[in-house]
Structure formats: C-alpha cells, structure tokens
Design a protein around this ligand. Structure first.
Ligand code: ADP
Ligand code: ADP
Length: 226
C-alpha cells in the first residue's frame, strides 16, 4: 500500500499550469525518482507534498487517508521531511545550534546534542557539533541538513537535487546512507535531472514535462512502462 498518494495534483500560478493533474504513489522501502528538465514542475510538486504551497486541485493521501497539510511543520509532524537545494543555515552559529533551530525545541539542548551525536555516528555522517557553519564546505552543510532530518525519524524523505553540491566521493557516501534508509523501510523521493544517478539508485521514477506526468518507469530498465 502506498505511504503517500498524490492524486490529480494541479497547481496554477495565474494562468500558468505548473502541475497538470499529476499522480504519484510513494511506497515504503522504495527510492522513487522525480525526473524532469528545469521548469518541469518538480519543485512545485514537492512543495505541495511538504506543505509549503497548496494545490489548486487534487488531493494527497497519507497511509490511505486524505491529508490536507497546514504547512511544513504539519508535514514534519506526520513524518514527511525534506532537504532543500538551498540550505537555511545560520553561518555564525554552530552545527548543534543550527540543528536545534531546525527542530521543534521540545527537548533540552543537552538531549538534542546527545541525539545528534548518536544519529551522526549511526549513519556514518560525521559532524563536529561545536564548529561554526561558515567554516564548513557545502557538502558538510548538506550533512547538517540530512542529520537534522534523520533526527526527526521521518517515514518519507524528500531530497531536492542533493548531489548538485557534492563531490563524487560525497555523493557515493550519500547513496550508501540512502540505501540504508530504504532498507529501514522508509520512502525516499529523489529529485534529479541526472539519469545516470537515478538508474543507479532508484527503484522507480516519475518523469514530468511541462507540468504533466509523461511516464512512470523502472529506471533500471530503459523503457517507460506507462
Ligand atoms: P522544476 O522544479 O522542475 O524546475 P518548478 O516547479 O520550480 O520546476 O517550476 C515549474 C514552472 O512553474 C516554471 O516555469 C516556473 O517558472 C513556474 N513557477 C514556479 N513557481 C512560481 C511562482 N511562485 N509564480 C509563478 N510561476 C512559478
Ligand atoms: P528551487 O528548488 O525552485 O530553487 P528552493 O528550494 O530554493 O527553490 O525553495 C524556494 C521556496 O521554498 C521559497 O519560497 C522558500 O521560502 C522555501 N524554502 C526553501 N528552503 C526552505 C526551508 N528550509 N524551510 C522552509 N521553506 C523553505
């Protein structure tokens, strides 16, 4: 059974159709790619799934039930979390301070720091919690966002072109983490325009063009199935 279903999602900006009746099913233990050229409507669709914008028409279902998201914090509460292409980190704060700001603030800084160290160790994503962000490379900044996301224990993880800012070695490390998250039973929505990496990593794919879904396919086979 799908964890998340998007059914007939349509988004208009004025007269412009950014998403045109798009259907998407995301399953547990699956890495699903969202492929398409710039302007195809990928960001619009994931912003709807993350509660950042409302669809003009269509509906989301979460574990079979209709879901209306009040905003990103509502999405996170349900178990949907996202790493953006452009991070919202504060340069003059430390790694741990940035993560504390990204969480809901319901635990002490000490408890948060202990969880941070544990998640970072468990997934092999080393972070120095006391380091100020301005000292870090862009790959290390993304690692902060990923650790923050994992600390929320999400059921559905959305990554927007994560390898755009990574070296090939860092990308390989990320793929190992994503495979592990999949084995843990989570659903991953992986936005990309790099067919090679999608073929390597993803179990299924949706291709958008001009706001419309043009295909759903198994990226490991080369032919589109529907
Ligand atoms: P992608 O992520 O695939 O590059 P987007 O979803 O960001 O595509 O954008 C799809 C189309 O919608 C683009 O042509 C973009 O210019 C347009 N668009 C996105 N956001 C807005 C907005 N807030 N107002 C008007 N047009 C927008
Ligand atoms: P694009 O993928 O089209 O370049 P971004 O990923 O930069 O767009 O996101 C653009 C929109 O998403 C903006 O409206 C911004 O407010 C919102 N946004 C970006 N990052 C975050 C975040 N970490 N939390 C909440 N909203 C965000």
């Amino acid at each position: 059974r799908p964890l998340l279903q998007a059914i007939g999602i349509t988004k208009r900006y004025g007269n412009f159709l950014a998403n045109d009746a798009v259907d998407l099913d995301l399953y547990p233990r699956t890495i699903h790619a969202l492929l398409g050229e710039n302007g195809a409507g990928k960001s619009t669709l994931v912003k709807i799934i993350y509660g950042l914008i409302e669809p003009t028409a269509g509906e989301l279902r979460w574990m079979g039930q209709p879901m209306v998201l009040a905003g990103p914090s509502d999405a996170r509460t349900r178990g949907i979390d996202m790493v953006f292409q452009h991070f919202s980190l504060f340069d003059n704060l430390t790694v741990a301070e940035n993560i504390a700001l990204g969480l809901d603030g319901s635990e002490s800084f000490a408890a948060m720091s202990a969880r941070l160290a544990q998640v970072s160790r468990d997934y092999g994503l080393p972070l120095d919690p006391k380091r100020e962000v301005w000292r870090l490379s862009v790959g290390e900044r993304q690692r902060i966002e990923i650790v923050r996301m994992l600390m929320q224990n999400p059921k559905l993880l959305i990554l927007d072109e994560p390898t755009a800012v990574l070296t090939p070695q860092e990308a390989d490390q990320l793929f190992v983490v994503l495979e592990r998250l999949k084995e843990e039973g989570r659903a991953i929505l992986y936005i990309s325009h790099k067919l090679e990496e999608v073929k390597r990593l993803c179990d299924s794919a949706t291709i958008l063009r001009g706001g419309k879904k043009v295909a759903t396919c198994d990226p490991r086979q080369e032919t589109a199935a529907s």
